[in-house]
Write a new protein. Structure first.
Length: 697
């Protein structure tokens, strides 16, 4: 059935499940009785039992890889990877594991074109027959007797450190609160085991022969200072904890001396502890944080039970990856990637968002954070739309984000940065280190396309970026040499991230743990939108530069984001100019309330007489402000009277036309009042006066 349907209809229209029936239930007038149709979920197991069995050893191998990545035990070889929980990040892991197991290179684009397991297996068979060749050499351990270079990503941070050694912009700080029985000795031993297990946690950086290199310290230990706050009241403990967290976030790391990982433990009570964990970005990233927490949990559970470490030894370390990257990504191997990015990012314009304040001449990193939660119903509708349009959930959200930015900035060429794990080889999936790479998603929204058409454009952009993700962003900036400004980062000023909420890990069954806010936000871009999906819906968070935006602006931005998403799922085939992003209450405010300017005032008195009553009531109150100048009611009235007397002396009377310069200034209001006081009306309004004889010049 699937093979037959695939010849006549698009992939997204093919049903995900088939239910065998002896006959269709009909109503009395012969139509299908949809209420009597059985639910497909009842037959899901039976259907998959018929079609899920692999037909050859290759499909068996792939099936096991899919099961491990997706966490699903029953998978049909005809299942669509994205329909059963797959997403872009898992695709990268999938291809990495296929490369490690089968020694074959499969492009991301080819996988998106063949997302079922059966089709994917056919593509791999073709690759194994020699239609594709391996692109990268094996990743092997490097002798520690030679110089260990920095990775490209590390070198950029090392260079920034040379410019601003006291900067804390690249610190990754986390605070966790443990409530329950904490075995401090087992916890400290777990931290020490993590440092011994991952060389990067005991690495510093020095300059040798004019080039920085990694220095791995064999005898490094971890220090866990314990600050005892027992005996203090709960309010005082919380205040001290906040103060220490802020202080910790402002202490820079010394890349040459270390340590680049710092820990401290606050003891609030016998069963209440707070952990401070700070790392420099040069040794860690978001993926690494998950590895650290997962392995630390496994070690603590084992050590607190008197057992040995359950973690297997690592085959390679981050230094091996950095050396391999330098050897592999030379000028020749990067040629194809560089050519693509030069075409893709040629003459990329900056994103000109409306700001609440002028952009500082030198970029600042002062940030704040705001979150808006969207319903699970909207999440389900967006997921269904992404499946119908044959795009990933990330691609759909990115497209909506770029549409919103286009409406804000009134631009059609929108570039957004997005981080990618950059762990394209299975060997590095379990390593802690700075692997993350940055991709620039540049989408052309010219021609007022429909949102469905935008999805197609974003899909092509994303696939091209994924295919050429091996190009380090640092090298890309060096090669492209974009026009640099101290006031903003190069190539893009806004970042987007989409992720799924991972499983919450507890150190022990009798020890509850949860994250606390650091209270100190550093932002490297104008704003960053992060969307996290969970069973409860979508958590949409914006990290923004407080020197550019007010909190009210970001709150309104998140409301516009929600309204746009609701419009997208309702009418995805509308042109983007017609998609709503202003909510109904805001539309009422802008179009109705702000324009409701009619006010009742005494009709028996002229305006100038009402103004003079205000002068008598509050003569010394500020009445008029323009730039650095201001006038009280008394001063404004006096200057208007002076000009009114002049107008009368030059024979200004009834039916005499008076020209008024509309250039904004104090004189504009003074002249208006003077004309009214002279008993005349303004018949001709001149946009800007250039005659020296004009009465208001």
């Amino acid at each position: 059935m699937r093979e037959f349907l695939s010849e006549t209809i698009p992939e997204y229209m093919i049903p995900s499940q088939f239910v065998p029936l002896d006959a269709l239930p009909l109503t009395t007038n012969g139509k299908i009785d949809r209420q009597q149709l059985p639910k497909p979920e009842i037959y899901q197991g039976a259907e998959r039992a018929l079609v899920a069995e692999p037909r050859n050893p290759l499909e068996e191998i792939l099936l096991e890889i899919w099961r491990e990545l997706l966490g699903i035990s029953t998978i049909s070889i005809y299942d669509n990877f994205f329909s059963i929980g797959g997403h872009s990040l898992l695709v990268t892991q999938l291809i990495a594991r296929v490369r490690a197991v089968l020694q074959v290179e499969i492009s991301l684009r080819s996988f998106f074109e063949t997302p079922t397991l059966a089709e994917f297996a056919q593509g791999i068979e073709q690759a194994l027959r020699g239609q594709h060749q391996l692109q990268a050499p094996p990743l092997l351990p490097t002798p520690r007797t030679q110089t260990l270079p920095l990775s490209f990503a590390q070198q950029r941070l090392w260079f920034l450190y040379q410019l601003e050694p006291e900067s804390t912009a690249y610190l990754l700080a986390r605070i966790r609160r443990f409530q329950g029985v904490l075995d401090v000795r087992a916890f400290e031993r777990s931290l020490w085991a993590m440092v011994q297990r991952h060389e990067i946690l005991r690495t510093t950086f020095e300059v040798s022969t004019e080039q920085p290199e990694q220095v791995i310290h064999e005898d490094a230990t971890v220090s866990l200072p314990i600050i005892d706050l027992r005996g203090l009241t709960s309010e005082v403990c919380q205040e001290v904890a906040r103060g220490l967290a802020t202080q910790e976030a402002h202490i820079p790391c010394d890349l040459e001396r270390g340590p680049l990982m710092r820990t401290a433990l606050l003891r609030l009570d016998e069963q209440d502890h707070v952990l401070f964990l700070t790392m420099h970005h040069i040794i860690s990233d978001g993926w690494s944080n998950d590895i650290f927490e997962r392995e630390l949990t496994a070690l603590y559970r084992a050590f607190s039970a008197g057992q040995a470490s359950p973690l297997p030894a690592l085959a390679i370390q981050y230094a091996d990856y950095a050396y391999w990257q330098r050897q592999w990504l030379d000028d020749e191997s990067l040629g194809t990637h560089l050519a693509y990015w030069k075409r893709q990012l040629a003459d990329v314009p900056p994103l000109d968002l409306p700001l609440d304040r002028p952009r500082p001449p030198v970029q600042t990193f002062n940030g704040a954070f705001m979150t808006r939660h969207l319903s699970k119903d909207l999440l389900h509708e967006l997921t269904a739309l992404s499946q119908r349009e044959n795009v990933t959930f990330y691609m759909l959200l990115l497209a909506a984000f770029q549409v919103l930015l286009a409406r804000y900035a009134n631009q059609i060429d929108i570039s957004v940065g997005t981080p990618i794990a950059n762990r394209t080889h299975a060997e590095v999936e379990g390593l802690i280190g700075f692997f993350v790479n940055m991709l620039v998603m540049r989408t052309d929204l010219a021609g007022d396309p429909t949102f469905s058409e935008v999805l197609g454009r974003v899909r092509e952009v994303a696939l091209g970026a994924y295919t050429h993700q091996d190009m380090p962003f640092e090298r890309l900036v060096e090669e492209l040499q974009p026009e640099r400004h101290l006031s903003r980062p190069p190539l893009f000023q806004v970042m987007f991230m989409a992720q799924q909420l991972g499983e919450r890990l507890e150190l022990a069954d009798n020890l509850a743990a949860h994250n606390l806010s650091v209270g100190h936000t550093i932002t490297k871009f104008d704003l960053t939108l992060s969307v996290t999906s969970s069973v409860h819906g979508l958590a949409c968070s914006v990290e923004y530069n407080t020197d550019l935006f007010n909190a009210q602006t970001i709150e309104r931005f998140l409301l516009h984001w929600q309204t746009l998403l609701e419009g997208v799922v309702a009418t995805p085939h509308d042109k983007i100019s017609a998609l709503p992003f202003i909510s109904a209450p805001e539309r009422q405010l802008v179009l109705r309330e702000w324009n409701a300017t009619q006010r009742a005032y005494p009709s028996e008195k002229c305006v100038q007489r009402l103004f003079e009553e205000c002068v008598d009531a509050q003569p010394d109150t500020i009445a008029l402000v323009y730039e650095e100048e201001q006038l009280t009611y008394r001063e404004l009235n006096a200057r208007a009277n002076q000009l009114a007397h002049y107008l009368r002396r030059v024979t200004v009377g009834p039916e005499i036309k008076v020209g008024l310069c509309l250039e904004r200034s104090l004189d504009l209001l003074i002249s208006t009042l003077a004309i009214l006081k002279a008993g005349e009306c303004m018949c001709h309004l001149i946009p800007r006066c250039h005659e020296s004889g004009c009465c208001c010049c």
